[in-house]
Structures are given as C-alpha cells and as structure tokens.
Design a protein around this ligand. Structure first.
Ligand code: CDP
Ligand code: CDP
Length: 221
C-alpha cells in the first residue's frame, strides 16, 4: 500500500504522515529530509551547491538512513543523528537549490522508490504523487494559507530555540514555494488524481481524521 502526501512548505505533511503511518502501522518516509541531508553534507564538505556531480558523489558516499528511537523518527547520515541539524535555517534556505538539480533528484527518487518497494508506506514530499509513486493507492495534496503556514513554522521554531521574525518566515516560505513550483525537474504540482485538503484553520487531530477517512474510503483497508 502506498500513500503519497504532497504540498507546499509547512502545510502539515510530515506531522500528519507520521500520525497516519503510526495508525496504519506503515513505514513513514520523509523525502524532504533526504534533500535536506544532501544540502547539509554539501555544505559540510564545501561542495558548491551548483556542483551537481559533486553532490551526487557525496549522496552516494553518505546515504541517508532512517531509524525509529523512542517512537521518534531519526534521520541519520554516516550513522550520525542529523535530525535537528537539517532543520536549521541555513539548510532550509538552501535546500531548494540542491533539490532543483536533476541528477540529485534522479538518485534520490531511485532510493525512495526502492524504500517504497519494501514496505507499505506513507511518503511525503513535493513530487511523490507525480513522479516517485505515480501508481500510489491514495494521493493527497495538502495546502494551507501562507500566513497560517508561517505561524505554524514560527511556533515550531520557537520550541527549537530559533527566533526568526514571522514576516521573514512568511517571505522565506513564499520564496521556497515559488522555487519548488517553478523548477524544471519535477516541480511541486498537484497530481491530477490527488485529493486536495485545505488545512487552514484545522488542527492536527482534525486533519489526521480527514486523511484517515479519505484513505478508508479509497481503499479496502
Ligand atoms: O518540511 P518543509 O515543508 O519545510 O520541507 P521539506 O519537506 O523538509 O522539504 C525541503 C525541501 O526539499 C523542499 O522545499 C524542496 O525543495 C525539497 N523537496 C523536493 O524537492 N522534493 C521532495 N519530494 C521533497 C522535498
Ligand atoms: O511537513 P510540512 O512542512 O508540510 O509541515 P509540518 O512540519 O508537518 O508542520 C509544520 C508545523 O505545523 C508543525 O509544527 C506542526 O505541528 C504544525 N501543524 C499545525 O499546527 N496544524 C496542522 N494541522 C498541521 C501541522
């Protein structure tokens, strides 16, 4: 069983995908974490973010793995936990450059498809329903107003001790959405057979219930 969740930054994809995967006992795969980890490794090794083959070589040398510990999903590179590091503003503000590189996408999509072939999964990202899993059993396109998405990210940052002003976050999210939707290589786009959920004004519990209902309606599970 394959459940694809796509949408713009901070729409709530990963929060809801984790809850749904947990409820259904499926594996959750955070594809954004893979592009973030590639960005982190490139910056750590002083590889230019336009050096496509250099970044591809680094991804092969330091592949991302996921590990569950104390019910939390950790993102590992070279056996080191980078879960917090990949969410730092320096990574967030550079990741769209790395994710626009076609060879980087080709390699990571292959890894994502391999992961999906091994388990029943919930996978979130930008191109899951369109490119990675075009045959997914359920495709969801999750959106919310940019103001609400910036407010959500602001609260999350505050909990992490990051203090970026709300207006800056709104600008950064809008810019990342623009870059992700306008790149040539598999841009952020709603699959024609995806179901759109507008989560503006909805809390996590309400959205998870909506998504689970859609999954139960669309499948025989
Ligand atoms: O959590 P947030 O929405 O901030 O972003 P993310 O899901 O962690 O993804 C980070 C970045 O990776 C996105 O802005 C895209 O540039 C890229 N990405 C992508 O291109 N394709 C995917 N399937 C997932 C993420
Ligand atoms: O994965 P994506 O970037 O789409 O979003 P996320 O990281 O799951 O959610 C961004 C923030 O919004 C998190 O702090 C969630 O707890 C919060 N959130 C929310 O307040 N209400 C929702 N309905 C969904 C997420």
């Amino acid at each position: 069983m394959q459940i694809a969740i796509d949408g713009p930054a901070s729409a709530g994809k990963s929060t809801i995908a984790k809850i749904v995967a947990n409820k259904l006992n499926y594996v959750y795969i955070d594809t954004g974490a893979m592009y973030r980890a590639a960005t982190l490794v490139a910056l750590q090794h002083n590889v230019s973010l336009v050096d496509e083959s250099g970044i591809v070589a680094l991804i092969k040398q330091f592949p991302v793995t996921f590990k569950i510990e104390d019910q939390k999903q950790l993102v590992l590179v070279n056996d080191q936990d980078v879960s917090d590091q990949i969410r730092l503003p320096e990574i967030t503000n550079n990741v769209s450059r790395v994710s626009a590189l076609p060879q980087v996408r080709q390699l990571l999509v292959k890894q994502q498809q391999h992961l999906a072939s091994q388990h029943s999964i919930v996978m979130d990202g930008r191109d899951i329903g369109t490119v990675v899993l075009p045959q997914a059993d359920v495709k969801i396109f999750m959106v919310a107003s940019v103001t609400e998405r910036a407010q959500r990210r602001y609260q999350e940052n505050t909990q992490r001790g990051i203090h970026t002003p709300l207006e800056t976050l709104e600008d950064e999210i809008s810019l990342r959405d623009y870059k992700d939707s306008h790149r040539k290589a598999s841009p952020l786009k709603k699959a024609t057979d995806a179901l759109e959920i507008d989560t503006t004004g909805l809390n996590i519990e309400q959205v998870s219930q909506k998504v689970l209902k859609l999954i139960y309606n669309k499948t025989n599970i």
